[in-house]
Design a protein around this ligand. Structure first.
Ligand code: C2E
Ligand code: MG
Ligand code: MG
Ligand code: MG
Length: 279
């Protein structure tokens, strides 16, 4: 530890910290390499209504690392954001998700579903964000009205006015918005009213508390009530058990996403899932 060294310059010579820094740099270089090698792709997690109909999918980035296998966003997003290279990953996700939506537009059971995409914090504030999204939609032939962008509360604090005006522009073009991980960030009821939202997404940390935890249930009820009074759709993420689903339904939440239904899947598996259900 630093105090064992007992010098002013200790931090620079802390071997553990040195190791952590070089690990980050290696990962950063590896992300750049992975992007060039086209190792980044998108999985889609199904979303269902209370009649067990597939109503949408969420696009979730995956890194198919040639050596390390399939990597979840937790393994690279933080470093990519800090290094300023998340933009490249965002571009891949936006393009793949829109291409996939266009491809599904002729498939029975998939032609009407919404496709959600997670917007990264820096992405929302990039110059030309609105134009870029609209350009990808046009280029791929995706349906604007079935595209849903997920933003988080914490993203809004950077520049609320800028965020609102960009969201309103995209909303005016026909794109929908969802607030992801709702209830975990800085919440102001006043901003909720100003944002052109369509959906609130109950964070999985609250769903995980069901059925035992009374405060999780209290928060879930409050979120559902608020969504309804603002005229917004509400969806729960991280639904893993039938009991959780039943409690959500009993409290007025009719849309679900979670392992109870399906894990995030490659696009081909989504088509298979629908083909089976149509039989
Ligand atoms: P998120 O947007 O809240 O996505 C939900 C996460 O919960 C996904 O993790 C999903 O696989 C996981 N999940 C879904 N159902 C269940 C369940 O029943 N139980 C449990 N325990 N987990 C469940 P994933 O794919 O690892 O993504 C993690 C986070 O990384 C996402 O959280 C999102 O914040 C971010 N992320 C993922 N893909 C993208 C992307 O393309 N762009 C950006 N900017 N962020 C992304
Ligand atoms: Mg999300
Ligand atoms: Mg979420
Ligand atoms: Mg979450």
């Amino acid at each position: 530890a630093a105090k064992d060294i007992g010098r002013g310059e200790h931090c620079f010579f802390d071997p553990a910290m040195q190791e952590a820094i070089s690990q980050r740099l290696l990962l950063e270089e590896d992300i750049v390499r992975g992007l060039a090698a086209k190792e980044f792709g998108v999985y889609f997690q199904p979303q269902f209504n209370d009649e067990h109909q597939l109503i949408g999918v969420e696009s979730l980035v995956r890194w198919h690392h040639f050596e390390r296998g399939l990597l979840s966003p937790f393994a690279f997003i933080e470093v990519a954001e800090a290094a300023g290279i998340m933009k490249k990953i965002d571009e891949v996700v936006m393009l793949r998700a829109c291409e996939q939506m266009a491809a599904w537009s002729t498939v029975a059971g998939l032609s009407d579903i919404t496709v959600s995409i997670n917007v990264s914090p820096a992405q929302l504030y990039q110059t030309g964000f609105v134009e870029e999204v609209l350009a990808v939609v046009k280029q791929t032939g995706a349906d604007l009205r079935r595209l849903k962008l997920e933003i988080t509360e914490s993203m809004l604090v950077t520049d609320m006015n800028q965020a609102i005006s960009r969201m309103r522009e995209l909303k005016a073009a026909g794109i929908r918005f969802s607030i992801d991980d709702f209830g975990t960030g800085y919440s102001s009821l006043q901003y909720l009213q100003q944002l052109p939202l369509d959906q609130l997404k109950i964070d999985q940390s609250f769903v995980r508390g069901l059925p035992e935890d009374a405060s999780s249930l209290a928060i879930i009820r409050a979120v559902i009530a608020m969504a309804h009074s603002l005229g917004l759709e509400v969806i729960a993420e991280g639904v893993e058990t039938q009991t959780q689903r039943d409690i959500l339904l009993a409290n007025g939440c009719q849309l679900y996403q979670g392992y109870l239904y399906a894990k995030p899947l490659p696009a081909a598996k989504i088509a298979e899932l629908v083909a089976i259900n149509n039989d």
